[in-house]
Design a protein around this ligand. Sequence first.
Ligand code: SF4
Ligand code: SF4
Length: 491
Amino acid sequence: MRPLTPNHPPSKQSEANEGNPSTPITGRGKDLLGNAIIRLTLKHPLFVPLVQLPNVLIFALVIATGLWGVQQGGSNFATFVTWVIWWPLIIFTFIGVGRLWCLACPLGAVGEWSHRGVMWGKRKTNWSLDKKWPRWLRNLWLPTVLLLAVTWVDHQFTITSSPLHTAYFVIFVLTLSVLIGLIFERRSFCRYVCPIGGMIGLYSMLAPVGLRTKDAAVCRDHLGKDCIRGNESGYGCPMFEFPQTLDRNNYCNYCMECLKTCPKNNIAIKPQHFFKDLVETKVRRVDEAVLAVVLVGITTFQTLVMVKPWEGTIEQASKLLGVSNSLAFIILYSLISLVVPLVLYSGAVLTTKFLSRERQAPSRNLFIVFAYVFMPVGLAMHLTHNVSHLVNEGSKVLSVVSDPFGYGWNLLGISKYTPVPLLPGSVLTVTQIALIVLGQAAAAYLGYKLSSQLFREAGKAEKIIIPMLTLAAVFSLANIWVLGLPMAHRD
Ligand code: SF4
Ligand code: SF4
């Protein structure tokens, strides 16, 4: 078995790059920043705020309609735009362009403005206390716990169907982002706290485009490292990334600060093949591995609670276990989202180790590396779940925009418009099954690539990956089964 390098520290990776300075870090395609107009536009101090501002205004409207609009989840702007339009659509952006959404995200924007004390340009000093984020929290454990907590809170307080609760939720997260911005360094909230930040980072590893340095040798010879320290032209990387060692999309949000600060013009944005980051990255971490598996569990749970047969399950479990409904919910939620996926995955890891006939193969490293195989499976399930909301309810967007508070306004003059599903039911079902099959195929490809990086003996990679692909197929088939059940729509 070849040695693995999970938790590869940036400094080591940087040394690896420096050892072979002719190795290109970027993909092979055309550098988007090679076009002078694009480069100058992206470098302009007003570019990022102009992208952020419309989204901040939309979030402000979400809060206003949530607080003061008619409390009907299916037709209020707050719930409709947040959970039927925004949430399903941004998932597609992660797959297509990585973390680009984070550049425009209002939560990150207000945190950053309160941190810097300006909306654009560079101040010598900022408003923040600039405390260092605690070292023990510089990982994805907190975002994973918060993601689990948000899902739980949603089911307890029906955030996705309550305009008022959606508004409270947005206000809470905005406040958290501002407070963290005022106290801690850079975008600590986006990197270490945002409940969906870890998930966005993992999904972004599929994207066929990435920001990297052009030439590792140029970085090696440049001692100033302005991209991480900042200079008069811009800030040091707000996401705590070091462009010299970037080999994956997880945390880069295309904020363009390194483009402004790099005096060597050594930043490129280039196409790359799908899954490149997942296959080739030198950085693999146990917190990311756990999140990759837990995402499959959370998505399964989210899909399960949307079907009619789920109704009454909590009450039955509560009677069976002799506990309150709330506790029964927590038990079922923990089992489906956390315990079962992690136990099954750990079993697959041990089986893999047994099949490898390498008793010395470290289980921890197998656990970390093969967890990434479940990324496309979880993503496919996530898309499948959300695409049904988008298709079945998305066409209501015009009537909701026309009457955002539900007061009977007719701003767009379409009061007589009757929303219809964007696709026939049969096409939607085929699309959903196709997504799950694609996720399974991607898992097979990824599993084989990772397995053959670890085990070079002829025929071994194919054999080793069988337990992982079997488990991935179990998750996918379970999802297809759930999809066949009658759905209970959100109001
Ligand atoms: S400032 Fe530019 S050349 Fe220097 S380390 Fe950063 S990306 Fe490389
Ligand atoms: S400074 Fe550069 S590496 Fe850092 S997040 Fe912004 S674009 Fe990405």
